[in-house]
Design a protein around this ligand. Structure first.
Ligand SMILES: [Zn+2]
Length: 728
């Protein structure tokens, strides 16, 4: 499975690849160690909170079932209580006899267990790879945990030990001394310590003749080689290596592995007993995951998203999702702003950096939670005109309309529904007579309102259901939000009218792209997924994660009709800015208000390529763009579509399917080659993409000097054309 992708694509990938730089790694690790104590406290707090949150989420469904049976269990609990009371009564009456005769052996065993000192051996957490199976996105390296057994450290040595530990691990002396003096069997001094520091401690112990009471246990530490890449998808881990967000938490069971243990036999005070052995159970490492995310595609998405958010001054950020409509694979899922996975408690937002340390713990957490949040799945928005694709699909499938019937509709600048006039966005200059294709190209509201009315509420809601818009997609990430639609029986003609052109309801970006992927996949819905393979750490066995499909949401013919119209939107309509030379791109733009009367807008572009057989579906969502470019999808979001597709399609080696004469022939300026040798002229012309033509003879003429060229220098001609040379 870890196959190498060959050729051109491979090369591009290497360009992006940030090498695992040792110095950089050390810097990150060092920074972590130097973090002030309040951050440590803060981390713990968040970890507890996150853990609680996800545990709660995971148990929710279980609780539902349990509630159902709670009546039964209440009765059962009563019975158990009665039995316990009887047993306690019996125990008391026969206590002495019990201890002396009945269960002496068992008690002895219990005492033995109390005296045993158990220390866990941590497994190596599974590695997370990108879609190529070779780019590592998350990996665990070995570090050490330092613990002490205070009862095994003699009184006169306590201060000496505390000083050494505080010095080596840069800890507060008083805190360490307190732990060393405590009357407990085990205390943790430092976690996730680098090997060189642990070695320093080993040498000190040897030099000072201290061989008991201080333990150095191997542990693992999570490292993310690409820092912020796909941060909101991958998530991060806590100090105990437990996943706290993203893939790290949702696949906790696969990644974590099983703990092993070292059991030492100790006396009642926790001191080791000479001669008694150690029982060692080795840990089982966690399984590896192969994501659907391709690091190169993710990098492309992040680069253009960041640029777009900055250029358009998007105050609430943005996101880009890229999906393979055939497999449901999420190829990229980018959010901006993001955070550094190696330092998840530190802001990466420039404006916040200056004042960061003066913020309270609570405010820091609040800020970080904003960037941990994966808005592409966790936040809903009003899709606006991109949703006309769903209305068009339903109308075509129901046979209400066809794509190209000339003059089928007529926009008069608005439409009256149940006595209420709803305007077209171009009410001041109505679209007039148009076919469905033209209506989609114009994004004409009244046409889609009219279609919605003809489809009717009940049928319309059937399509919402079939396109997966009434339920969560079930993507393998924590915190997915559901959509917000009016209940079907609350939908009157006016409500249906607004839904038909994408307003007054909210869905998540992942729901939107999955619905459009269904169209791109010729009518078959595929559930989106982020993990495509799980690799067993013990056997190396690869389990393919199955894709879930639902056929026949719309027919192939309907899907092809909608795709073809999407092609027209980009070729000539409101999506013109999304064009990419050489490829047929389809798409639809959308703009809507973010909430009611907020003055904030959400601008989006959904695109497919190539139109005839889409390999990639792209959704760009920008929140509250306030730049000079305005907030219209066609002007703001569509150009990003062009940029992203422009890099993604060659990388995926998608065949060019829109190669017209003009596309291929780029114009170049003819250079001056008069006075050069034929050999040098050939070089100069080839450099700009031109060929050459000259009279060849039996003898070698490559050293002859050019006396004339046609065309002359400075003229613009098409790339690949020949320049005719004459020589002396
Ligand atoms: Zn119109």
């Amino acid at each position: 499975m870890r196959k190498r992708k060959k050729g051109k694509a491979r090369k591009q990938k290497d360009n992006l690849k940030v090498r695992f730089d040792k110095e950089e790694v050390n810097k990150i690790k060092k920074n972590k160690n130097e973090k002030p104590q309040n951050i440590e406290r803060l981390k713990r707090k968040v970890e507890r909170k996150q853990n609680k949150k996800y545990r709660k989420e995971r148990k929710k469904d279980k609780n539902k079932i349990e509630e159902k049976y709670s009546d039964i269990s209440r009765k059962r609990r009563m019975k158990i209580m009665i039995v316990i009371v009887i047993i306690i009564a019996l125990l008391f009456s026969g206590r002495i006899a019990w201890i002396q005769f009945v269960d002496g052996d068992k008690l002895k065993q219990m005492a033995y267990e109390q005296q045993s000192l158990d220390r866990a051996v941590n497994p190596r957490r599974g590695t997370i790879y990108d879609a190529t199976g070779e780019t590592v996105l998350a990996i665990s390296s070995t570090v050490n945990t330092i613990t002490v057994n205070p009862n095994n450290i003699s009184k006169e040595n306590k201060e000496k030990v505390a000083t050494a530990l505080a010095n080596i691990f840069e800890l507060d002396y008083d805190t360490v001394l307190k732990k060393v003096k405590r009357n407990t069997s085990i205390e943790t001094i430092a976690r996730r310590v680098e090997k060189d520091k642990a070695d320093e401690l080993r040498i000190w112990m040897k030099d000072n003749g201290i061989d008991v009471g201080i333990n150095i246990d191997e542990d693992t530490k999570r490292y993310y080689p690409y820092n912020s890449l796909a941060s909101q998808v991958i998530g991060f881990c806590g100090s105990d290596n437990q996943g706290l967000d993203g893939i790290e938490v949702i696949y906790e069971d696969e990644l974590q592995g099983e703990k092993g243990s070292i059991t030492k036999v100790t006396d009642a005070n926790g001191g080791e007993i000479e001669g008694e052995g150690e029982n060692y159970v080795s840990a089982i490492d966690g399984n590896d995951l192969v994501l659907s995310i391709d690091a190169t595609l993710q990098g492309i998405a992040e680069k253009y998203l960041k640029e777009a958010c900055i250029d358009n001054k998007c105050t609430d950020g943005g996101n880009i999702i890229m999906m393979n409509p055939k497999t449901g694979d999420i190829l990229a899922m980018a959010g901006y702003p993001d955070y550094n996975l190696n330092d998840p408690y530190e802001t990466t937002i420039e404006e916040l950096k200056g004042t960061w340390d003066s913020l309270s713990e609570t405010d820091q957490i609040k800020e970080m939670q904003k960037v941990w949040r994966n808005k592409a799945i966790a936040d809903t928005y009003e899709p606006g005109s991109t949703f006309k694709l769903v209305t068009a699909s339903a109308a075509l499938e129901e046979g209400i309309t066809t794509t190209d019937k000339e003059g089928e509709f007529c926009c008069t600048g608005g439409i009256t529904i149940a006595g209420v006039r709803i305007s077209c966005w171009r009410y001041y200059n109505p679209h007039g007579s148009e076919s469905l294709r033209e209506a989609l190209m114009n994004s004409c509201n009244p046409v889609f309102i009219g279609l919605g009315q003809e489809i009717g509420v009940s049928k319309y809601y059937d399509y919402l259901e079939k396109f997966g818009l009434l339920q969560k997609t079930g993507i393998d990430l924590p915190g997915e939000a559901g959509s917000i639609f009016l209940k079907e029986d609350k939908v009157g003609p006016i409500e249906l009218a607004t839904i038909s052109f994408g307003q007054r309801f909210e869905i998540t970006p992942i729901q939107m792209i999955t619905a459009v992927s269904t169209i791109a996949n010729k009518g078959t819905y595929v559930k989106p997924r982020l993990v495509k393979q799980i690799i067993d750490s013990q056997t190396g066995e690869v389990t393919e994660v199955e894709t879930e499909k639902r056929e026949g949401v719309i027919s192939k013919e309907t899907a092809e009709g909608v795709l073809s119209m999407m092609g027209s939107v980009v070729a000539q309509g409101t999506g013109k800015n999304a064009q990419v030379q050489g490829y047929s791109i389809g798409g639809k733009t959308g703009t809507s208000e973010d909430g009611v009367d907020t003055g904030k807008y959400v601008t989006s572009f959904v695109g497919v390529a190539p139109v005839s057989n889409p390999e990639v579906v792209l959704l760009i969502t920008l929140y509250n763009p306030t730049g000079e470019g305005g907030h219209q999808g066609g002007g703001v979001a569509a150009p990003i579509g062009s940029q992203v597709f422009g890099e993604v399609l060659p990388y995926l080696e998608v065949q060019k399917d829109n190669v017209s004469e003009e596309d291929v022939k780029t114009e170049v300026t003819v250079p001056n080659v008069v006075g050069m040798t034929i050999k040098d002229a050939k070089k100069a012309l080839e450099e700009v993409g031109l060929g050459l033509d000259y009279e060849e003879t039996e003898e070698d003429v490559s050293e002859k000097v050019v006396t004339k060229q046609t065309p002359v220098n400075g003229i613009k001609i098409y790339e690949g054309t020949n320049v005719i040379l004459e020589y002396e």
